[in-house]
Design a protein around this ligand. Structure first.
Ligand SMILES: Cc1ncc(COP(=O)(O)O)c(C=O)c1O
Length: 398
């Protein structure tokens, strides 16, 4: 068995079970960022000298690695700040081009705020209609999906690939096929899937996917938007400024070619280079391994939870079709108290609405506690979680 802990030294002191919020970064990623700052700290794309050329080469190497890992062309890969910015880019530019008053954008009841609020902003600005596909248990209600595509003829269908609360992996192929019935532009929020399962952009035939480097072993401040070349060509630019232009005069401008058209200003160069090292690491581990470790641990968590009478589980128990997320409540105890008590044993979990308030309302609750896994977690981390939960029960008499 490979011991990943040596690459993530913090795991020697903490049971880190909050990778859905942000993953840990291996030392290889930290070193790649440091090397940029120490050895070739120049700006990209503009310099005709060795340092800048090396920075550009390393920056573009990450774009190529991203394209390869996700089945896209390099010019289809846009670097943003995070998933949130990628989705805002789409909402804003579609709102400035194809979406008109009365057009429907169809979302799902399990979305993260990042895939709700940008569309609600567009509802205020342009007058679009925002509709939601309902749930059936911890899954989407695909009959409701079909019915809503028929009823609203949506121009855009934007959905999460995997839920950050339920863990459910949605049937992307089925959704994309349904969405295409109304000729909708399809957008997939892969923030919680890209780190855990193989996502093949071109095979899925989806128009856009978005995710964040920081949940995929990479640094914070780097996001990815991948879009079909033909779609990206049609979109107007998002932000204006340096790098995104071919030509500027006092009267107007011509945008640059893809992908620069959507990358205004100096990017997070060190972050993107660090992300390249993260992708190398992920490739070495392999998605097969990532899935098998996480599913094994999730099954073990659910078995342990079932043995306790005081825990209500909200996340999916269908391990074969879920990422490693365990959302729960301890009877009568606020999840903030659960998290604070677990912290005393150096067990890190998250408590709150996890930026999914509409989902929590649907579930009839305000908050959940959430433990989330990555391949570097072990059975010992799970045992520490349950040992801590026994303590929560004792302290609160749950
Ligand atoms: C499903 C989903 N979408 C979007 C986001 C937003 O990611 P970021 O904060 O990196 O923009 C998250 C973050 O937790 C998420 O879980």
């Amino acid at each position: 068995m490979v011991d990943y802990k040596k690459d993530f030294p913090i795991l020697e002191r903490f049971h880190y079970l909050d990778s859905a919020a942000t993953s840990l970064k291996p030392i290889q990623v930290i070193e790649a960022e440091m090397e940029y700052y120490k050895e070739y700290p120049a700006n990209v794309h503009r310099g005709v000298y060795k340092l800048s050329e090396r920075a550009t080469e390393m920056f573009e190497r990450t774009r190529d690695s991203t394209a390869r890992m996700f089945g896209a062309k390099s010019r289809e890969v846009i670097f943003t700040r995070n998933t949130t910015e990628s989705l805002n880019l789409l909402a804003a530019t579609l709102g400035n081009s194809v979406l008109r008053k009365g057009d429907t954008v169809l979302l799902t009841a399990m979305e993260h705020h990042s895939n709700i609020v940008p569309w609600l902003m567009l509802k205020e600005r342009v007058g679009i209609r925002v509709e939601f596909v309902e749930l059936e248990g911890q899954s989407l209600d695909y009959e409701d999906f079909k019915a809503k595509v028929g009823k609203y003829n949506p121009k855009v269908v934007s959905f999460m690939h995997a839920s950050n609360v339920l863990g459910t992996i949605n049937d992307a192929a089925k959704i994309i096929k349904l969405a295409k019935r109304s000729g909708a532009i399809t957008i997939m929020d892969c923030a919680q899937s890209a780190p855990h399962i193989k996502v093949d952009f071109s095979r899925l035939g989806v128009d856009y996917i978005a995710f964040s480097a920081h949940k995929l072993l990479g640094p914070t401040g780097v996001g990815v938007l991948i879009g079909k070349e033909s779609q990206l060509e049609e979109l107007p630019p998002f932000m204006g400024g340096g790098s995104m232009i071919r030509e500027v005069s006092r009267q107007g401008f011509k945008p640059a070619e893809l992908p620069q058209k959507f990358e205004a200003g100096t990017p997070n160069i060190a972050g993107v280079i660090g992300f390249g090292a993260a992708l190398d690491y992920i490739k070495k581990v392999g998605f097969g391994k990532i899935e098998s470790v996480e599913k094994g641990l999730l099954a073990y968590i659910l078995k342990r939870a079932r043995e306790l009478g005081y825990i209500k589980v909200y996340s999916s128990q269908d391990v074969g079709n879920a990422v490693g997320i365990f959302a729960f409540n301890v009877d009568g105890v606020h999840p903030h108290d659960v998290s604070a008590l677990l912290d005393e044993a150096n067990v890190c979990i998250r408590a709150g609405h996890h930026c999914a308030q509409p989902l929590h309302s649907q579930l009839g609750i305000n908050y959940t506690a959430r433990a989330s896994l990555y391949f570097y977690n072990t059975k010992e981390d799970v045992d520490a979680l349950f040992c801590g939960l026994e303590n929560v029960k004792k302290v609160f008499n749950a």
